[in-house]
Design a protein around this ligand. Structure first.
Ligand SMILES: [Fe+2]
Length: 151
């Protein structure tokens, strides 16, 4: 059996801001953009709170960003949810650049963030792995990882 990750779905009540940030931070480009009325009926029935959906792609990573209607309910604080997603970069320099870029975009004032939390420090792990954690404008956490390959 071959299974591969296809996409990460992000829901937001701050759509334009979120789409702009994903494009700026991850260098994504939109591959398609649909309003609720043009979504397949089965998706409409599953996601009645969705008003719009865009696919943003960078390399092999695809984000599906859902615009959800105002008045949605948040999950209870005790509810279990996906904790974060992780993306891999191919050099240490790129890892450092991604953390610097997060801070630069935050400080630019171009985007609204629900959380004021800044990226974590770099966290080393066995196997020459180094990572940091940060949050998207909605407070959804992700991890950026680099694993050095020893010669
Ligand atoms: Fe992780």
């Amino acid at each position: 059996m071959t299974v591969a990750l296809d996409h990460i779905a992000v829901q937001t009540d701050d759509y334009d801001n979120t789409v702009a940030w994903y494009k700026a931070y991850f260098d994504c480009e939109a591959t398609w953009d649909r309003t609720f009325e043009t979504l397949p009926r089965g998706i409409q029935e599953r996601m009645p709170m969705c008003t719009r959906l865009v696919e943003l792609q960078v390399g092999d990573i695809r984000f599906h960003v859902f615009d959800i209607k105002e008045g949605h309910t948040l999950p209870e604080a005790s509810a279990l949810q996906y904790q974060h997603f992780g993306v891999m970069v191919d050099t240490r320099e790129r890892l450092y650049a991604m953390r610097d870029k997060w801070i630069r975009l935050y400080q630019s004032g171009r985007f609204r963030f629900k959380s004021t939390e800044q990226p974590s420090d770099y966290i080393p792990s066995p196997g020459e792995m180094l990572c940091f954690y940060a949050k998207d404008p909605n407070g959804l956490e992700f991890e950026v990882i680099h694993i050095a390959v020893s010669a």
